[in-house]
Every structure is written in C-alpha cells, then in structure tokens.
Design a protein around this ligand. Structure first.
Ligand SMILES: Cc1cc2nc3c(=O)[nH]c(=O)nc-3n(C[C@H](O)[C@H](O)[C@H](O)COP(=O)(O)O)c2cc1C
Length: 180
C-alpha cells in the first residue's frame, strides 16, 4: 500500500481479534503517535497501552465507574475485549502563552489518528472509540489522568476478523470553496 493509498483508503475496523501488534510494531505505532504537528513541541499527550490482564483491569474500571443499569453493565464489561490491544490517548495539557488547550487537544487527536494509520500501514485493523465513559471522571482517575486533562479516545487495535469491503469515497464537492 502506498502512502497515498493509505490516506485515500483509510477506514476503521470494528471487528478485531488477536494477534495484537508485536513489540516492534507497537514501537512503530507509538513512534508515529509522537511524530505529529505540535505547536511549540509541547508533546501534550499521553498513551496508555492496555493488553493482556490490562483489558480485564480496564473492564473492571468501566463497570465501577458506570452508573447504568445491570443490563448495560454486561455490555460495558465486554467493551475492552473488542480488541487485543487498546491505546488510551489522553491529553497532557501544558500551560503556554501561545498555545491554547484547544490546539493541544487537536495535537493529541493527531496522535490518535497517526497511530491508527500506522497500525493500518503495518497490516492491522484499528478503530477510534470514545463513548460517554471517555468523559467519566472515575475512568480518567483510573488512568491517572488529571482532572483538567481529557481522554481523546480509546484506539482499539488488532487483526481484522474478516475481509473488509472498501467503503466508497466521500465527495468533497460540498465541503470545499476556492479563492482564485
Ligand atoms: C473522537 C472520535 C470518537 C469516536 N467515537 C466512536 C465511538 O465511540 N463509537 C463508534 O462507533 N465510532 C466512533 N468514532 C468513529 C469511528 O472511529 C469511525 O471513524 C467511524 O465509524 C467511521 O468509520 P471510518 O473510520 O471507517 O470512516 C469516533 C471517532 C472519533 C474521531
């Protein structure tokens, strides 16, 4: 897959199974997450790699943090097992006179996107998810994320369970204007 094919054909993979990225591949994925546009080089992000027993720990955290009814709790408990690896991308905001937190949030989002693209380039599937528990104070505390920081996403990574049909491209016609 060429770089332009990756950019033009990128899509998410909701159904994931083992294997997860091996250590070498994980290092490349994390390195891609570090190589993002970053005003003033603040590196305003943190990655928590969740695998193995960590998935059960994540599941327990989601259940303990949730206020929902028991039927939903079963669904919530299963969420982390939708992939063999999850990278929790959070912000690590830095006070800076020229770089508002809005820009730093975008940069952390770029990290999530870059890691998804790297995973796809290495032959894995990935899906960026959030949901209301991404904004839950107890979940944030469970990952030692400070109150003023944010979870940008849970990046689920693994191997695609089935051959994926390539989605049609979206037209940019209504999204672009030209000053000439
Ligand atoms: C910040 C963010 C949060 C998202 N959260 C969810 C989510 O919780 N559940 C979900 O099904 N898709 C979520 N998505 C969308 C998927 O990652 C994916 O982009 C979408 O299903 C479209 O599929 P595609 O990436 O193949 O175009 C989220 C995307 C972003 C950027």
């Amino acid at each position: 897959m060429t770089s332009i094919e990756l950019l033009l054909q990128r899509q998410s993979t909701p159904l994931l199974s083992s294997p997860a990225p091996n250590n070498d591949d994980l290092e490349q994925i994390l390195a891609a997450g570090m190589r993002v546009p970053d005003h003033a080089c603040l590196q305003p992000w943190h990655f928590t790699v969740v695998t193995g027993n960590g998935l059960q720990r994540f599941s327990d955290l989601l259940v303990q943090s949730s206020d929902t009814q028991s039927a939903n709790l079963i669904k919530i408990a299963k969420m982390p097992f939708r992939a063999p690896m999850i990278i929790v991308v959070s912000t690590a905001f830095v006070q800076h006179e020229k770089v508002p937190t809005q820009e730093q949030l975008i940069t952390a989002g770029c990290s999530a996107h870059a890691m998804q693209m790297a995973a796809v380039a290495l032959g894995y599937g990935a899906m960026w998810r959030t949901g209301e528990l991404a904004y839950n104070t107890k979940v944030k505390q469970g990952f030692s994320i400070k109150d003023h920081d944010e979870i940008v996403g849970f990046l689920y990574i693994g191997t695609s369970c089935k051959e994926q049909v390539l989605k049609a491209s979206k037209s940019f016609e209504n999204k672009v204007s030209y000053w000439e």
